[in-house]
Design a binder for this molecule. Structure first.
Ligand code: G3P
Ligand code: MG
Length: 241
């Protein structure tokens, strides 16, 4: 069974990475959700893809690291959705975990580029501990040092290694890292059958990002992919033809 991730929630229907986006994904039957985390100035973990606020509200051009949670909560990120929503704010990870049922598989992606957040890994582990949410998750990052830092705090957490560009034999790199990598998360554009077979032969699942066309989704499924991130979760329920 392929694990089908609603990437940043149902982002065509609601502001990405917000409670309405996650709730909408669940309404559509999503069983897995991907979200991104960053840190505010006062060390709150918040769920947001960009390190700056300008894409969500042109009048707010600050970086997340430069604003407090209270300041962040003044910003309405629902503007692109017109009157469909009012006053949607960037949620804390706390708020998302409170809202999200435990049987939903969560991919929490640590965004540590271009800002390297001081002790974001410890904050994340602390938050997951408070919610007792170590089942049904994978923590991923393009920053593999962050993954190492997570493992130093809690050795058993499943880790996902993200790769944007092609590198030589990432399955070997993952092995040599000594990390508790359970899945490799490559850019889908270079994910082919050989790539998936090599990952499987080395004991890794493969979750490519971000697949928005149903033909490509079915191609990856035919190669034996284990999970897929999509901005169009409707491709998951469509038949191949
Ligand atoms: O985790 C998969 C995917 O979300 C990685 O890229 O930039 O959409 O966070 P990005
Ligand atoms: Mg992401």
């Amino acid at each position: 069974m392929t694990l089908n991730f609603a990437h940043r929630g149902s982002l065509t229907e609601a502001p990405e990475n917000t409670l309405p986006a996650f709730q909408q994904a669940l309404v559509h039957g999503a069983k897995a959700i991907e979200l991104d985390v960053q840190l505010t100035k006062d060390n709150y973990l918040v769920v947001c893809h960009d390190h700056k606020l300008s894409r969500f509200n042109p009048s707010a051009n600050q970086r997340i690291i430069d604003v407090t949670l209270e300041e962040l909560k003044q910003i309405d990120v629902s503007a692109p959705f017109g009157d469909n929503f009012s006053a949607v704010t960037i949620p804390t990870l706390d708020e998302v975990l409170e809202d999200c049922p435990n049987d939903i598989f969560l991919n929490i992606e640590i965004k540590n580029i271009p800002v390297i957040y001081n002790k974001i890994e410890e904050r994340l582990i602390h938050c997951l501990s408070e919610h007792n949410r170590f089942n049904n998750i994978v923590i991923s990052s393009f920053d593999h040092v962050a993954l190492k830092n997570i493992q130093t705090v809690v050795p058993s957490v499943p880790l996902g290694m993200l790769f944007y560009y092609r590198i030589l034999n990432p399955w070997e790199y993952a092995k040599q890292s000594g990390l508790n990598i359970t899945s490799i998360h490559p850019n889908h554009v270079y994910t082919d059958q050989h790539f998936i077979e090599q990952c499987h032969a080395n004991g890794y699942q493969v979750y490519p990002f971000t697949v928005n066309k149903k033909e490509r989704y079915h191609e990856l499924v035919s190669y034996g992919v284990d999970g897929v991130f999509s901005n169009n979760p409707e491709i998951f329920s469509q038949t191949k033809a």
